[in-house]
Design a protein around this ligand. Structure first.
Ligand SMILES: Nc1ncnc2c1ncn2[C@@H]1O[C@H](COP(=O)(O)OP(=O)(O)OP(=O)(O)O)[C@@H](O)[C@H]1O
Ligand SMILES: [Mg+2]
Length: 418
């Protein structure tokens, strides 16, 4: 492991290795995937991105052998899965498709328990697992376990799809454009919830998308493919943005690359403020006293799981003897894993100068002000500009060593200008 920032991270995923994998479809002259070698580390999210028809889905489906490779071998956790029984293999790999792919006439609980039933788990174990997973993906089991998919929103169905894919605790999760069919705000929530789940469970996740921004947000690494499953670049998002490997990548990432760099800045990279929380039904005076003691003029009303319901001022709290159970559906809420772009969007959508920050399960951990975001963005921009200058000097062919004048500007007094 080289991940020094998170040495204690729990990894339950397995590594995946593609070794000289080729796919030729019958009747097609050019192979859909030409010859792909790829190493995916256990516990990482890798995002496949590239233009339509470049072979993303084909590659993904070869990993669980929904599509058989024409040549080459695929290893999961060191096992050569090209020699395994494909049905068994698929029980050990979670698979999520666009729109969730749920069985429409089955309740949510029955959908989630599908694979455990095949594996012969007893009812109690299946019920416990289902409850745990629904909670993990942010759906209240009491409300949703007995619903049919048609009576749920697209985003909720997608969450069930994720829960179902995780049901048998597979080390690997494959997702093909999982958030393609939901509105932009739900999409951001689902992305954040996936990052939270990944953090908690440490699975290996391969996710296909054709949205480059989504790829940089979700992926610990991003694989950029061009036609024929050709690897243009396979690297961490920051590296792709700051150091595109080929002209194809440069064009794909777009001329906004430097700006896109901002979308890799996360809420967790910005200092956020503490909030005082209150429960529905608490005496208003007690809450007001607590908030004042903490120097706050607002409180966040939370549910039993710590998830925010409303964000009233102390003046509003004082109008009732107890904290009311009002649920504000327009609260600006962002996850720690949200990008600063997402955070700004959430604030703008709610016309507020701040947003609540939540952890992977949606419990509130603080608030983020627009001022803190602006400061960070400005600092980043300054950084990016100075990098741009360095880069230009370098490609000019001039000596990249700073001139004494620059050094003198940077450290006053360290060098005497002539
Ligand atoms: N069953 C098939 N038979 C023949 N050709 C196929 C088949 N499935 C895919 N192809 C071809 O293989 C190539 C790669 O397809 P694939 O579905 O992997 O692309 P993709 O990158 O997932 O694209 P998209 O972003 O549009 O989903 C395409 O040229 C496609 O037309
Ligand atoms: Mg596809």
């Amino acid at each position: 492991m080289t991940d020094q920032l998170a040495p204690e991270r729990n990894v339950t995923g397995a590594d995946i290795k593609l070794d000289g994998v080729v796919k030729r479809y019958r009747g097609q002259r050019a192979p859909a995937v030409e010859r792909l070698d790829l190493d995916i580390d256990a516990g990482e999210i890798v995002a496949f991105v590239g233009p339509s028809g470049c072979g993303k889905t084909t590659t993904l489906k070869m990993i669980n052998r929904l599509i058989e490779p024409t040549e080459g071998r695929i290893f999961i956790g060191g096992r050569d899965v090209t020699r395994e029984d494909p049905d068994k293999l698929r029980q050990s790999i979670g698979y999520v498709i666009q729109s969730g792919g749920l069985f429409p006439h089955w309740t949510v609980a029955k959908n989630v328990g599908a694979i455990p039933r095949v594996l012969g788990w007893d009812r109690k174990r299946i019920a416990e697992r289902t409850e745990y997973l629904l909670d993990l993906v942010g759906l209240d089991p009491a409300t949703f376990a007995d619903r049919l998919p048609k009576d749920m929103s697209g985003g909720q169905q997608q969450r069930v799809g994720v829960a179902r894919a995780l049901a048998a605790d597979p080390p690997v999760l494959l997702m093909d454009e999982p958030f393609g069919a939901v509105d932009p705000i739900t999409r951001v929530r689902l992305q954040d919830s996936l990052i939270g789940i990944q953090h908690e469970l440490g699975k290996t996740i391969v996710v296909v998308t054709h949205d480059f921004e989504e790829a940089t947000k979700l992926g610990d690494k991003v694989l950029i493919l061009s036609e024929g499953g050709h690897v243009e670049q396979y690297a961490a998002p920051e590296e792709i943005l700051t150091d595109p490997a080929t002209p194809f990548v440069e064009e794909f990432v777009g001329s906004g690359a430097k700006l896109a760099y901002l979308t890799v800045s996360r809420v967790r990279d910005v200092p956020y403020d503490e909030v005082v929380t209150a429960r529905v039904g608490e005496p208003a005076q007690a809450v007001i006293g607590r908030a004042r003691a903490a120097g706050q003029t607002w409180v966040v009303v939370v549910d039993e799981a710590g998830r925010p319901r409303s964000w009233p001022s102390l003046t509003e709290v004082a109008t009732k003897p107890e904290v009311s159970d009002f649920l504000d559906r327009r609260l600006p809420v962002v996850a720690r894993s949200s990008t600063l772009n997402d955070a700004l969007d959430a604030m703008l959508a709610a016309s507020q100068g701040a947003a609540l920050v939540t952890d992977g399960r949606g419990a509130v951990v603080g608030s983020l002000s627009i001022g803190a975001v602006t400061e960070t963005i400005q600092a980043k921009l300054a950084e990016v500009h100075s990098e741009e200058d360095d880069y230009e000097t370098y490609v000019d062919g001039t000596d990249p060593t700073p001139t004494p004048v620059v050094a003198a500007d940077d450290e006053p007094g360290s060098a005497e200008p002539a």
